[in-house]
Ligand binder design. Structure first.
Ligand code: UD1
Ligand code: MG
Length: 454
């Protein structure tokens, strides 16, 4: 029985990325909510038998701490080219790898599927290299693929060294490879220093030919996958393409996007069927949305958990939970720890933080609720404020079920208001209110009912 080959992956990320003009290492610039390098890690995920090896150099510490446990690292210092970069992983991988995937950290649109096909091609290849190529009209900056008469790959010629005839070639090297690892370590040592003083990984193609071995290529069908990020212009182009890709997936899944070009959904978000997303809506981080919910126009949701059949208009929601059948907005703000339970209505110009609004609570207009627990079916009148901060501490407000808080009530915390209690419009409540009591005035006092005499 032949043993299953061990597949390892190397991600090249030691370059400086000068053209980003940034103090942040290039591969840590964010694209749709994730650092660039995360896309390469995700693309190789499940292909390699062990965690990928990331070759770091410029900004090594920052890259290492951003990636953390999900990879192994080797430091390439100084950076003497792509061939030299792969060589720096030899010590770590020479006894481990049978097949080696080499990819770069600045091609975030490259699909997992494309790499999987490359690995499959190499597993069926008698020669030591399968590389990824693509055709593009604008070949600027790419190595050109020179094919032999029989159609096999003969060499990769870097732009600076290419003849005019070679420059006209439109088949380009995308810097994504799959190698027979045992062969590669030997071949890397045979690379000669280039005129630029670098060891080019691309030279191993000619070395394989010298040994009489054939080199295969998989051709990319969607060249967009090959977009490399070198400048912030590329970053914005990639963002737009990624957005299209994500939006298309959601539409195909059964989510309506009224205007996909103005809908910004990060790759980490989950959305249920028959949900409708209006324009200028940003869904970020670990946001999860249920079914048949309408969100937008004009919403920003980050790490938000939203139920089904909700209506959310012009709202900002951060690290908050919204259960089924809630209506919110326009101009509503949920901050960390806000929890709107089933059927809550939160109207315009409201803010809720670190508070639970139990089922059926209505908070129609201009209110701030912080550090509070509001009982079922309680009505919060327009302009109600929980005065939760005394300058030092945040104090809690606990309101029972079926309470009626009159317009413009100031609830000076810490405070307990029992169920079925009422506060008069404009009252400033400084003491606890027992169940069923009516309080009015400044400071609020019990309101004696005047019995009607006949
Ligand atoms: C490389 C290829 C070129 C290909 C192009 C596709 C070589 C010699 N040329 O050129 O054929 O068309 O990519 O984009 O390989 N890196 C290191 N250490 C180094 C040098 C580079 O880790 O010493 C990393 C970079 O961070 C980057 C990747 O390798 O992620 C590619 O390096 P780059 O300098 O961009 O190569 P290109 O000149 O674009
Ligand atoms: Mg490059």
């Amino acid at each position: 029985m032949t043993k299953t080959p061990v597949i390892s992956a190397v991600i090249l990320a030691a370059g400086q990325g000068t053209r980003m003009r940034s103090s942040l290492p290039k591969v840590l610039h964010r694209l749709s909510g994730k650092p660039l390098i995360q896309y390469s890690l995700d693309a190789v995920q499940g292909l390699s038998s062990n965690p990928p090896v990331v070759v770091i150099g410029h900004g090594a510490d920052a890259v290492r701490s951003a990636v953390g446990e999900n990879a192994r690292f080797v430091v390439q210092q100084p950076q003497l080219g792509t061939g030299h970069a792969v060589m720096s992983a030899e010590q770590l991988l020479k006894d481990e790898a049978d097949i080696l995937i080499v990819t770069t950290a600045d091609m975030p649109l490259l699909r997992h599927e494309t790499l999987r096909k490359l690995v499959e091609a190499q597993l069926g290849n008698n020669g030591p290299i399968t590389l990824l190529t693509g055709f593009a009209d604008d070949a600027h900056g790419f190595g050109r693929i020179v094919r032999a008469a029989d159609g096999s790959v003969q060499a990769i010629v870097e732009e600076a060294a290419a003849t005019p005839a070679q420059l006209a070639i439109r088949e380009l090297n995308l810097s994504i490879y799959c190698f027979d690892a045992k062969w590669l370590w030997g071949a890397l040592k045979r690379i000669k220093l280039s005129a630029k003083g670098e060891y080019y990984l691309t030279d191993v193609v000619a070395i394989a030919r010298e040994d009489g071995l054939t080199v295969q290529a998989n051709v990319l069908s969607d060249f967009n996958e090959a977009i490399g990020i070198n400048t912030r212009v590329h970053l914005a182009e990639a963002e737009a393409l990624l957005r299209q890709r994500i939006n298309r997936q959601w539409m195909e899944f059964g989510v309506t996007l009224i205007d996909p070009a103005a809908t910004y959904i990060e790759s980490t978000v989950q959305i249920g069927r028959d949900t409708i997303i209006g324009p200028n809506t940003h869904l970020r981080g670990k946001t999860v949305i249920g079914e048949e919910t309408t969100i937008g126009p004009n919403c920003i949701l980050e790490d938000a958990q939203i139920g089904s059949r909700c209506t959310i208009l012009a709202a900002v929601i951060e690290k908050a939970v919204v259960e089924d059948n809630v209506s919110m907005g326009p101009f509503a703000h949920l901050r960390k720890g806000a929890h709107l339970m089933k059927g809550v209505h939160m109207g315009n110009f409201g803010e809720v933080k670190d508070s639970t609004l139990h089922p059926g609570v209505k908070m129609g207009h201009f209110s701030y609720i912080g550090n509070a627990d509001i009982g079922e079916n309680t009505n919060i009148g327009a302009g109600t404020i929980t005065c939760n901060f005394d300058g030092v501490n945040k104090n809690p407000t606990v309101i029972g079920a079926n309470v009626f808080i009159g317009s413009d009530t100031m609830l000076v915390a810490p405070l307990n208001i029992g169920e079925n209690a009422r506060t008069g419009a404009g009252s400033v409540v400084t003491h606890d209110v027992p169940a069923g009591e009516v309080v009015v005035g400044v400071p609020a006092r019990p309101h004696r009912k005047v019995e009607k005499s006949d």
